[in-house]
Design a protein around this ligand. Structure first.
Ligand code: AP5
Ligand code: MG
Length: 189
């Protein structure tokens, strides 16, 4: 199986590039943010809990998201591989992902990290906020999300470097230019 973690700060292009990877390589896509937003729009109990964190730019609790991921993975048993978008975001999540994949006889093939300047991240998210309807695409919450990324998620860079899985990619330029850089990594796997 080809299992790819697409990693990066809010607005770095994880969702955009995941779509290109799905089209190019026939992988399944798991975006924990999309799963949570779908629960919110259906006003489920889980959605109500998730909304109270997302709208403040905070991470939902690890165990909640790990349980969700486990059940999504169970629904995708025959896949060629999975793109993990927005997961893991903390060290406990990274350890849980490793264990979940090992239990299924597989592992992470590569972590592809989109590296983008903070000024550009803010500009992209403010621009998207004009039309997205996302409760977290406003300046105050964007800044909170970037803080959370720096404090809770960026330690995973060293974690994955130490496991020799980390591939940093320049995440600026056109969508096509960035996808070409990603293809160079995937085609070597
Ligand atoms: P999530 O949905 O994962 O959001 P995020 O990480 O904040 O990132 P975004 O989805 O905003 O950005 P992206 O990197 O996908 O970029 P995109 O392609 O959209 O998480 C949301 C929340 O859910 C979290 O804050 C948390 O509360 C919760 N959550 C989710 N997962 C969790 C987990 N594992 N644990 C705990 N909580 C979790 O691009 C952004 C914009 O830029 C778009 O408008 C796009 O069109 C544009 N763009 C893309 N590429 C380019 C380019 N090359 N040039 C110019 N513009 C571009
Ligand atoms: Mg996204």
């Amino acid at each position: 199986m080809l299992n790819i973690v697409i990693f990066g700060a809010p607005g770095s292009g994880k969702g955009t590039q995941s779509e290109k990877i799905i089209a190019g390589y026939g992988l399944n896509h798991i975006s924990t943010g999309d799963v949570l937003r779908s629960e919110i729009s259906r006003q489920t109990d889980l959605g109500k809990v998730a909304d109270s964190y997302i709208s403040k730019g905070q991470l939902v609790p690890d165990q909640l998201i790990i349980d969700i991921l486990e059940s999504v993975l169970d629904g995708q048993k025959d896949s060629k591989g999975v793109i993990f978008d927005g997961f893991p975001r903390t060290t406990p999540q990274a350890i849980a992902l490793k264990e979940m994949l090992e239990k299924r006889g597989t592992g992470i093939s590569a972590v592809i990290a989109l590296e983008v300047d903070e000024a550009e991240l803010i500009e992209r998210l403010l621009e998207r906020g004009k039309i997205s309807g996302r409760s977290d695409d406003n300046l105050e919450t964007i800044q909170k999300r970037l803080d959370v990324y720096r404090n809770q998620t960026s330690p995973l860079i060293d974690y994955y470097k130490s496991k020799d899985l980390y591939n940093g990619i320049l995440g600026m330029g056109t969508i096509e230019e960035i996808f070409n850089r990603i293809k160079q990594v995937i085609d070597k796997l």
